[in-house]
Design a binder for this molecule. Sequence first.
Ligand code: SF4
Length: 130
Amino acid sequence: MTDCDQCGLCCLNYSGTSWARTTDLLRWHDLGRKDILKFVSMVDLEGKRVTGDRLSREELGRIERINGWIDPVTGRELSPCPFLSAEPDGRYRCTIHPVKPETCRRFQHEDWAIFVAYRDIFREYREIDG
Ligand code: SF4
């Protein structure tokens, strides 16, 4: 496992669906973390799109299709992750680190050397874009 140096690249460019698992939803529910659940959108058993903070534990346990992170007001996918904080020292911090999704917890790029090379190019672009 490689140590994270908080470059932020993974969380600035996270994408895709179904990265939050049912176990995450239930954990956040049990912790009373509606502030997290409201950024997760899903289709309930009647086919209606709802945010996770509006469902009971039993309902959350039956959800299979999960999208996130979603703006609870506009319904649009948010990128970068709304829980990512840019720190004054240039690093990035996950503001929900102790309870973040299992996918984030386990994330490890399969080829660290390629990831670092890509990251350097990405940083150069960011500096050019300002
Ligand atoms: S929840 Fe935390 S670790 Fe996961 S994408 Fe957001 S900022 Fe990154």
